[in-house]
Write a protein that binds this ligand. Structure first.
Ligand code: FAD
Length: 457
């Protein structure tokens, strides 16, 4: 089988590549290969009852399948160059913003209309943050919510399914350069193409690393973010979340001058398990539908660890810490903030007696046995700093789930077209190390699709 364009991965990056190619030229023959299931078959077996925690499915429905890692996410599309990736370094800030807005328009036309766009422009909260040694980053945030995010993905799939060939449950094993293009091999078949777009996300990071090694494509990697997910009564953060929905706040610690930041804020949301290559970490999301909302808000507090030579395996470092929590707790550990500062583990009774009802069943334990002192000290300092702008954050009953790890893919050496040293091989989205978010990953897909369409015309 021969395609003009093969796309590997049907996350936001892959979907928007296919979508934009079809907008530009319906005659381009496109094949999309996805290791996970189609959207309607994606179902995490955890039901809190018979299956209380992760059973390590062969293909994790949370992380892979149509919609990628974003399918069950909170669907927060941050339109900003301040975080979410470094796409602007390749294509310029104006272009990156314009593409993120374009993606937002498409989402609105596919079921997202009516959802709210929040913005930090003109907010007094910036001043309040600065007065307390915190910095609020600039952004516009479209919050689709997990439910509407699914509707949008469903409509995009319905539109694309008759125009491009989708292969689900089909992992691409290798990419080979041929005389006039590329050959991609799956377990059963081989497919040829003129142009190949790899958009394999975080779950495909190890595979991408292998491909780069085999094809001699330069990469570098030196960062991992480690921390906890904080869960507290929604009312404590409501003045921030009502106005901004998601506030990205950065704090510089007194002790080590490390940057600690809030990440992935979910007002009235739930805390969830996340399985990355068999390691259970924590994440969170929330629903737009009021009936599915909870009394709690959750967000991550992360400390970025950058490593210098000779250490290269920053993700390995993060994995080892996550493994430690899995070893002690059998998965994710939960601890009351009050227990952490008193230096004692949490137990079932203390969690039950607390004012915050956990939304994830996790093992009560002691995060100080898992997280390195420098990271833990930074998190504790930031909780006290946040307590000044959102009194109650440092309450003893505030819950901390650990560990949350944000793995960064190694950065692939790419040019201004997001093209590798092999002409016609584009590497985009989180799998390229260029993006770390729904909006940036989607925008990178639109960007390469336009370049490809112009070359094929
Ligand atoms: C629980 C959760 C919540 C999140 N919430 C948000 C949020 O609110 N806002 C935000 O901006 N970001 C959020 N993110 C991050 C966001 O989902 C990602 O940044 C985004 O999905 C990246 O898109 P992508 O297309 O680059 O990769 P992905 O979405 O990871 O998609 C890659 C796809 O490629 C497939 N694949 C991998 N290797 C192969 C292979 N060899 N062959 C075939 N297929 C392959 C995978 O199965 C996967 O489906 C969240 C992530 C998680 C896990």
């Amino acid at each position: 089988m021969k395609y003009d364009v093969v796309i590997i991965g049907a996350g936001p990056g892959g979907i928007f590549t296919a979508y934009e190619l079809m907008q530009k030229n319906k005659n381009i023959k496109v094949g999309v290969f996805e290791g996970g299931h189609e959207l309607s078959k994606r179902k995490c077996p955890i039901d809190g009852d018979k299956v209380p925690s992760c059973i390590r499915c062969k293909s994790c429905s949370i992380m892979s399948g149509f919609g990628g890692a974003g399918a069950f996410s909170d669907g927060k599309y941050n339109i900003t160059n301040d975080f979410g990736g470094t796409l602007y370094e390749y294509i310029g800030k104006n272009k990156a913003t314009e593409l993120m807005q374009y993606v937002d328009n498409i989402n609105m036309k596919h079921g997202g209309e009516g959802t709210k766009l929040y913005s930090t422009t003109g907010t007094d909260l910036k001043k309040k943050c600065l007065q307390n040694k915190l910095k609020l980053l600039d952004a516009s945030v479209r919050h689709l919510g997990t439910d509407i995010n699914q509707v949008v993905l469903g409509q995009l799939y319905d539109e694309l399914k008759d125009q491009v060939d989708f292969y689900f449950d089909t992992l691409v094993e290798t990419i080979e350069k041929t005389d006039d293009g590329f050959k991609v091999k799956t377990a059963e078949e081989e497919y040829e193409c003129d142009i190949c777009v790899a958009s394999v996300g975080r779950i495909g990071s190890k595979w991408m690393e292998k491909v780069c090694k085999e094809m001699n494509i330069k990469t570098k990697s030196n960062r991992v973010d480690i921390g906890v997910r904080v869960e507290l009564p929604a009312v404590i953060f409501s003045h921030l979340t009502d106005e901004l929905y998601e506030s990205k706040i950065v704090y510089r610690t007194e002790k080590f001058e490390d940057a600690v930041r809030t990440f992935c804020m979910n007002p009235h949301g739930i805390v969830v398990n996340e399985n990355t290559n068999g390691i259970i970490t924590v994440n969170g999301h929330s629903y737009e539908d009021p009936e599915r909302q909870t009394e709690n808000t959750n967000f991550a507090l992360l400390v970025a660890k950058h490593f210098s030579e000779p250490f290269k395996d920053s993700n390995g470092y993060g994995e080892s810490i996550a493994r430690l929590s899995n070893m002690l707790g059998g998965g994710v550990i939960v601890q009351r903030f009050g227990d952490l500062v008193r230096g004692r583990r949490s137990n079932e009774t203390r969690i039950k007696e607390g004012l915050v009802v956990p939304t994830l069943q996790a093992t009560p334990g002691d995060l100080s046995l898992v997280l390195p002192k420098r990271i833990l000290d930074g998190i504790i300092e930031m909780i006290y700093a946040l307590d000044k702008i959102a009194p109650g954050t440092a309450n003893a009953d505030t819950l901390l789930y650990g560990v949350e790890v944000k793995f960064y893919n190694m950065e692939v050496d790419l040019d201004e077209h997001l093209e590798s040293n092999y002409p016609g091989l584009f590497i985009i989205g989180d799998g390229s190390g260029v993006t770390h978010s729904l909006s940036h990953a989607s925008a990178s897909g639109v960007y390469v699709a336009r370049e490809i369409a112009s070359r094929l015309s």
